[in-house]
Design a binder for this molecule. Structure first.
Ligand SMILES: CC1=C(/C=C/C(C)=C/C=C/C(C)=C/C=O)C(C)(C)CCC1
Ligand SMILES: [Fe+2]
Length: 370
């Protein structure tokens, strides 16, 4: 009986890990290959992932924050949680929306910093709990991993495509009639970019070296105590700590290449949907007993349907926020590209409370670096 439970859990973990990790790997790998083969993706297609994210995975991933906190706290009725989550969104999102109107240059800077924090820390749960790596036990290694993983999607484009980076940042502030922040021009300077590249590169090497040392120590300790390591699939759920580190290292190198070669708007949009958001959806699914049972049988459709249903009401609410931002901005967007700029402002407003709520969930689950 106990063995059956263990096998079922192992099967569910494996299905979930494959669902959470593999689509991102494929998307990132395919796009790197396409670009490496010299194919130039036409400008208008580069916006497709970001445009699609309004309804698919990307935007809705934040629409289940009330379920996240309710499930983390083992509260079967997310109603109280909905009130708290709603209040957090209203206060933090509302306050931050004001900053966009009055200090757009400060707001856009905050957005990039919050994204680094949120996308970076967002990698810890999937790595530790979904992929099952063992080398991120200390807060130092978690902080280092979160920092470099968060910096790659923002600083990679800045280093490799400074003009496009500055265009998108300008796109974010133009609805408010502000000129882009002065630091954009400063960061575009080749020396500054070289210094950023060297710091992030050094950070990647140091973090991976730290992880490798930890992984070897963990494996040595397990062998010493003659304990079996996890009896799971070697690719999506590595058997050893060194195997887990290898997965982390391969992902990190893959992401470095991705953000340095793939045009930024395409890279960021793809990452948002198929990497960050998908991993978060997978996290939600792990808390739901019915979904875990489905996963143990290799079924992913029903858990996905439940996620869609759970995300529907607040995605609709989020769409109202997008509409509100469109109506309220002093200069309405005239082109589809400008509309995406406004969409990103709405994402920014919703991302701040989402970041805080996910950080609370991380803390309660003992995952965060803090
Ligand atoms: C599109 C794009 C950029 C930034 C996008 C950001 C910051 C998106 C954040 C989305 C979030 C936080 C979603 C919620 O999880 C850059 C890097 C400025 C330049 C290149 C293109
Ligand atoms: Fe998120």
């Amino acid at each position: 009986m106990r063995d059956e439970t263990v096998t079922a859990t192992g099967e569910a973990d494996r299905t979930l890990a494959a669902f959470a990790l593999v689509p991102g790997w494929i998307a990132v790998g395919v796009l790197i290959s396409i670009v490496a083969a010299g194919v130039s993706i036409p400008l208008r297609y580069r916006w497709v992932p970001l445009a699609v994210s309004v309804l698919v995975v990307g935007f809705p991933h934040g629409a289940v924050d009330h379920h996240l906190l309710a499930r983390v706290r083992d509260d079967s009725t997310p109603r109280g949680s909905l009130a708290r989550v709603g209040a957090t969104y209203a206060v933090l999102g509302g306050g931050y929306a004001f900053v966009w109107f009055f200090l757009p240059r400060v707001a856009v800077t905050v957005f990039l910093l919050v994204t680094i924090v949120h996308w970076g820390t967002g990698e810890l749960y999937p790595l530790i709990e979904i992929a099952g790596v063992h080398h991120l036990g200390s807060s130092t290694s978690r902080l280092a991993t979160a920092t470099i993983r968060g910096c790659l999607p923002i600083l990679g484009p800045l280093v490799a495509f400074p003009d496009r980076f500055s265009t998108v940042v300008s796109l974010l502030v133009t609805p408010f009639l502000g000129t882009p922040p002065a630091w954009i021009a400063a960061l575009g300077d080749p020396h500054v970019r070289a210094a950023i590249a060297a710091s992030v590169g050094g950070g990647v090497v140091a973090t991976l070296a730290l992880g490798a040392a930890r992984a070897r120590a963990v494996d040595a300790a397990l062998i010493h105590r003659a304990q079996p390591t996890s009896q799971v699939d070697a690719i999506v759920r590595p058997r050893t700590a060194v195997g887990g580190w290898l997965l982390d290292a391969c992902e990190t190198v893959l992401l470095c290449a991705f953000f340095l070669v793939v045009p930024p708007v395409l890279a960021v949009g793809t990452y948002f949907c198929l990497w960050h958001s998908l991993r978060h959806v997978a996290r939600l699914i792990t808390f739901d007993d019915r979904s875990t049972t489905d996963l143990a049988d290799g079924r992913i459709g029903r858990p996905l349907w439940r996620f869609t249903r759970d995300a529907l009401p607040l995605t609709a609410g989020g769409l109202l926020v997008i509409a509100g931002v469109f109506v309220a901005v002093p200069r309405s967007p005239g082109t589809p590209t400008e509309s995406i700029g406004v969409y990103l402002v709405a994402i920014a407003v919703l991302t701040l409370p989402h970041t805080v709520l996910v950080a609370i969930a991380d803390r309660e689950q003992g995952i965060g670096p803090w």
